[in-house]
Design a protein around this ligand. Structure first.
Ligand code: GLP
Length: 255
């Protein structure tokens, strides 16, 4: 794993956006895996800026989002579809029909999950998956105890996730306590993975995922098994890593 530590969230976002732009510039029809939450917001702002400056073209890009709250309509302000449209898609020239967010507002969610996997395969797989990290070590909505062999499915949300995310819910809705999430095996099939973690609240999960044992108790530790992962951290998120000096030295070798 490549582990890069930056002074602040702005530098992390700049680096994440650079990696994404570089990928799209070398393959116009890149398939992106995208994340929601607070963590990728600055990266999306950077991507919008790069697009407006004419340095990246999303017209042939396709995207798959990691997850969506169960039973939430796409036009609800709580939905991840709404989040993506507002924070990225409507500001760039990606074709909305090429952007996929799991549709959880259906009677046939299990079928939807299966189709989502098929759709990713039909596109040739995800070239670059962007991830955030839950304070409990989750990726997507794969909470601790999720199997490393898991695929896209309906999942329950951990209490810590519900409280971490409560500020992001903008309108009252029926209880949100489940979601559709890409599985860990689905995520690990991406050709390249960039995971961002910012702030002190993520420091323990970062340390467990990078330096701890491979364990379903820390879903992000699965990334140790992937051959092309880059961790982008700010100082606070990296504060509990014991080998920080080594990572910083190795960082000098990164292009
Ligand atoms: C959310 C999302 C994840 C996200 C993580 C961190 O619940 N399902 O994809 O990466 O939790 O959220 P935040 O970036 O707001 O800290």
């Amino acid at each position: 794993m490549k582990i890069a530590i930056y002074d602040n969230a702005e530098q992390v976002a700049e680096q994440a956006a650079n990696i994404i732009c570089r990928t799209i510039n070398s393959k116009a029809n890149t398939v992106l895996g995208l994340a929601t939450g607070r963590t990728p917001l600055k990266t999306y702002q950077q991507l919008i800026k790069s697009h407006k400056q004419g340095s990246v073209d999303f017209s042939q890009v396709a995207s798959f989002n990691l997850d969506e709250y169960l039973g939430v309509k796409p036009d609800s302000h709580n939905s991840y579809r709404f989040f993506m449209n507002e924070n990225l898609f409507r500001h760039i020239n990606i074709k909305l029909e090429n952007t996929a967010v799991p549709c959880s507002d259906s009677d046939k969610v299990n079928q939807t999950c299966h189709q989502y996997e098929q759709q990713i395969k039909q596109c040739g797989g995800i070239d670059l998956q962007l991830l955030g990290l839950g304070s409990n070590g989750h990726i997507g909505f794969n909470e601790p105890s999720s199997s490393f062999a898991s695929r896209t499915r309906v999942v329950a949300l951990a209490s810590s996730t519900l409280s971490d995310n409560s500020d992001l819910l903008t309108t009252q809705e029926q209880a949100i306590d489940k979601a559709i999430s890409m599985g860990i095996a689905t995520i690990l099939e991406s050709k390249e993975i960039v995971i961002i973690a910012l702030g002190k609240a993520k420091a323990q999960a970062v340390a467990l995922a990078i330096e701890g044992a491979l364990s379903a108790s820390c879903p992000a530790s699965c990334l140790q098994m992937h051959g092309n992962v880059t961790w982008l951290l700010d100082q606070e998120a990296s504060s509990l890593l014991t080998q920080k000096r080594y990572y910083q030295l190795s960082q000098q070798l990164l292009a």
